[in-house]
Design a protein around this ligand. Structure first.
Ligand code: SAM
Length: 459
């Protein structure tokens, strides 16, 4: 059984009102409830018909879980208009069209799907991209089953408004008329704390603005962008966490990169390095190398006189690197640095926390017009001083953290809180980055336990 969360009656009634508002069903209409569970929406439709003295339309409930399907079939056995199908909605073929579709599709993140399921869905659904969630696929399939002019009302997580993985869903939706986005209270599905959103959409060209009903009750009208970019900025509201989680809670380290005090001595094109120096060489990146939305291919290496644990090698251990650094002009250059009064002549200006640095992380230019965080998935890049790096507490949240940090909401916050460089560009600083509010699901309290030793490293 995947993603069973029954919908409270008050929410069902609100959604059924939206479903039939200004367009009442007739006996010839058909309503679909995909993932109908134990029939809360079907009961809601029957309630609505009784209350409004309307005939009951044909109602089809689809449910993959045999126990729920059997429960629903029994519950509505006396209502001839109701048909319960026990089948997998996402694998069903011969899809028919409906005038109305309503429901609470399952929320199942990609991590809850088997490899076979992921592959199958990726082959079948346009919205199965990135770290997709099952509700996106329900949305896609349901949109394709709406008759022209038909209406769909779904309650789902609000996340699809802004996550990168839902950009294809936003693109699909933007070809429809979205009447309303209604943000429901966080405790709607108590004891779960979720961020539910009721979306009301019609299968017709968008020709009016969308009504937004916020959690605090404020209402507004917005014209949503047709592009697949995040809609959150347009709605002017990113959900700020209730528990006040900040980026510091989600990261093992937030810092600017390695300062050698003599990059011209330590940094070289890989192709120029003799083979005996390669064991000391790590791919490296400077702020100026970050211009696109993903990690560029790196051609430079930094020679690192530290071991894997981050301890400075002794002169005896330096081997070929020692010979290289001792070479006349290089040694003079290193000795001219201010730090040599307190450190061995070949040490970096600041000791690099290598065990943390060489983990999957996000990288961003330290001074930039628009901050953009790129992903170092392999965790092998050693960022230099002009790059900020963020090591997430949980490597599996790297992508989600990048999506959030690259969202309009996060950028708006950085714009409002970062200092400016002389050219007006934003200057990232770790004490500011650490205060950035983050969505609760990216916070530190959930997920796999952290390597305690690493967590103790200074931030
Ligand atoms: C969030 S629950 C909602 C249940 C019910 N509609 C309600 O609102 O109370 C989602 C339902 O979808 C069902 N489900 C999950 N995957 C499904 C699939 N592939 N096909 C059909 N039903 C599915 C689950 O078993 C669950 O009953």
């Amino acid at each position: 059984m995947k993603g069973f969360v029954p919908t409270p009656e008050s929410v069902v009634d609100l959604m059924v009102e939206r479903l039939f508002a200004g367009r009442e069903p007739t006996a010839a209409s058909s309503v679909l409830d995909p993932g109908c569970g134990r029939g809360e929406f079907i009961a809601g439709i029957l309630r609505w018909c009784r209350h409004h003295r309307q005939v009951v339309p044909r109602i089809v409930g689809v449910e993959s879980d045999p126990r729920h399907a059997m429960h629903s079939a029994g519950r509505f056995a006396q209502v001839p208009q109701v048909e319960i199908r026990q089948e997998d909605y996402l694998r069903a073929t011969g899809l028919e069209l409906h005038d109305y579709i309503v429901g609470n599709p399952p929320y199942v993140p990609i991590t809850g799907l088997s490899v076979e399921e992921r592959q199958f869905y990726r082959g079948l659904f346009e919205t199965a991209t990135g770290r997709f969630d099952l509700y996106q696929l329900f949305f896609e399939r349901a949109l394709s089953q709406l008759r022209p002019g038909g209406r769909l009302v779904f309650v789902t997580p609000e996340k699809y408004l802004y996550t990168e993985s839902a950009s294809e869903l936003r693109r699909l939706l933007s070809g429809h008329h979205i009447h309303e986005l209604h943000f429901l209270p966080e405790r709607t599905f108590e004891p779960l704390v979720t961020y539910p959103l009721v979306t009301t959409v019609s299968a017709r060209q968008p020709d009016e603005p969308t009504r937004i009903i916020r959690r605090d009750g404020r209402q507004s009208s917005v014209t949503l962008p047709a592009a697949a970019s995040s809609w959150q900025g347009r709605l002017g509201e990113w959900r700020v966490t209730r528990d006040g989680s900040t980026l510091a809670d989600a990261c093992l380290r937030i810092s600017c990169g390695v300062a050698t005090g003599a990059d011209d001595v330590f940094v070289h094109k890989v192709r120029d390095l003799p083979a005996d120096l390669l064991p000391f060489a790590h791919p490296t990146i400077a702020g100026r190398d970050i211009s696109g939305t993903s990690l560029p291919s790196l051609t430079s290496s930094i020679l690192v006189p530290y071991d894997q644990r981050g301890a400075l090698l002794s002169e005896a251990e330096l081997g070929a690197l020692g010979d290289f650094l001792r070479h006349g002009p290089r040694r003079s250059r290193l000795l001219a640095r201010t730090c040599v009064s307190r450190k061995p002549w070949y040490a970096f200006h600041e000791t690099p926390p290598l065990p943390l640095l060489r983990r999957p992380k996000l990288l961003c230019k330290d001074i930039t017009r628009r901050p953009w965080f790129v992903i170092d998935d392999a965790g092998d890049v050693v960022p230099r001083h002009s790059v900020y790096y963020l090591v997430p507490l949980h490597a599996d949240r790297l992508q989600a953290l990048a999506e959030y940090l690259n969202s309009d909401a996060s950028r708006d916050w950085l714009e409002a809180h970062c200092q400016r460089a002389a050219n007006g560009f934003l200057r990232l600083q770790s004490q500011v980055l650490k205060r950035l509010p983050i969505p609760e699901e990216l916070g530190g309290a959930i997920g796999a336990p952290v390597d305690a030793q690493l967590a103790l490293q200074p931030g």
